[in-house]
Write a protein that binds this ligand. Sequence first.
Ligand code: F0G
Length: 459
Amino acid sequence: MKLPFAESYKIKMVESLRRSTRQEREEWIKEANYNLFKLRSEHVFIDLLTDSGTGAMSDRQWSEMMLGDESYAGASSYFKMKDTIKEITGFEYFLPTHQGRAAENVLFSALVKAGDIIPGNSHFDTTKGHIEFRKAKAVDCTIAEAFDTTINHPFKGNIDLEKLEDVLKSHPKEKIPFIVVTVTCNSSGGQPVSMQNLRDVKQLADKYGIMLIYDSARFAENAYFIKTREEGYTHKSIREIVLEMFSYADAMTMSSKKDAIVNMGGFIALRSKELFEKASVFTIMFEGYITYGGMSGRDMNALAQGLREGTEFDYLETRISQVAYLGQRLVNFGVPVQQPFGGHAIFVDAKRFLPHLPKEQFQAQTLAVELYLESGVRGVEIGALLADRDPDTRENRFPMLELLRLTIPRRVYTNNHMDYVATALANVFERRNSIVKGLRITGEAPIMRHFTVDLAREM
Ligand code: F0G
C-alpha cells in the first residue's frame, strides 16, 4: 500500500485555546465595530487572519536565538543571514529591514518618484500603498483567468505579457522604475507564477531596459507549485528552482514573516552595488545601521535558519497539503472557493456565497463577521474594504474579486482545526439566504483603511 501523508514535524510545546459562546462573540464583535482586526486575540478560537509572523518556530530556530550577536555593527548574525541569502537566492547584496513593507519603503524611496508607473501582478496592498503614497501608479497586469474563481488554471499569478508590453510601450522608460512580480500572488488568492512566465517577463523587461523586482514573501511556496505543476521541474529540488526563479530578477523585497517562518523580520536583496549604496542611505534613516536594519541579532539568526527550513520540500508539502485539505473540505460542502487552492490560504468567493447582498454592503466582510459569530474563527476580508478608495476620485474601488481569506499559519494548527473551520463555514453556507443585511462604514483612515475601519450593521 502507498503510505499516507503525514506532517514532517512533531509538537514540543503547546498553547491553550478557549472556545467562547455565541453571546460573548456578539458583544465582542460589536465592541470591535465589526472590524476583526480590532478583536482581542483571546476572543478568537482559531485565528486565520494571516500567515504573517504567526508561524511556529522550530527547536533549531529557538537555539539560533541563543547564539544571536547583538553588536551594533558587523554582528556575526548579519553575516549568517547574508551568507544564507546568497546561498538560497544568489543575490550578492542585502539590507535587513524590520518587515516586508519596510523593505518596500527603503527600496521604493531609492527608486520611485511622483508620476511613475509600476506594472505588476495584483500588487499587495502595502506595495500599492507605498507606490500611491509617492504619487505613482500601480498597474495590474495579471492574467484574466485569475479573476474568475471557477477557472482551474495552474498559474493564476501569471502576468499577461500583452498587457505588460502595452504598459511598457505606452510610457517613456524614465517613468517606469521597475516591474514588480509578487510570488506567490497574495491578492489573487496565493496563486503561483510559472517559471516560464518569470522568464518571459524578464525578456520583456530586458527588451525595454527596465528592472524586475520580486515581492518574495512566499517565494518558496511558489517554487513548490513550479515543482509540482510545471513541466520540466518535477526532478529539480526546491533550492534549484528558487535559484532559477531569482536568476531572472534584479532585486527582491522580502517579508520574512511568511516563508522564512519568523515572527518579525524582512530584507531587500539585490545585484547592483550602486542601488545597494543608494538604498543604504534610506535603511540608515528609517531602519537602522545597514548590518541590522531594524532586527535584533537573535532574530537574524532565526531568520537564516527559517530560510533553510522554509525551502525544504517535506516542510512545503506538509504546509500546502494542509491548505488543500481545508479547501477540499469546503468544496465537499459546496462552498465556492478560488480554484485551484492557493499556497497559504483558501479564498472563499463572497460574491458567489452571498450573491443577494449588494457589493456596497461589503459581502466578504459580512461573511467574515458571520463566520466569527458562528464559530470564533477569524478570517480576513480581501475585497472592497481592502481595495480602498481611488486616490484621485475618492470613490470606493470595487475589485473583481470579493474574497474571505482563511489564512493558515505555518506549523500551528492540526487538520482537526481545519475540520472545525470547514464545518463552521458550511453552517453559515446553509443559512446564507437568511443573511440579508451587510455592513456600512462609519469611520475610516485616508489610506490602508481596512486595518482600522469602523463598521455598523446596515439598517
Ligand atoms: N508582500 C506580500 C505579498 C505580502 O503578503 C505582505 C504581507 C507584504 C508584502 C508586507 O509584508 O507584513 O512584513 O510588512 N502580507 C500580510 C498578509 C500582512 O496578511 O498577507 P509585512
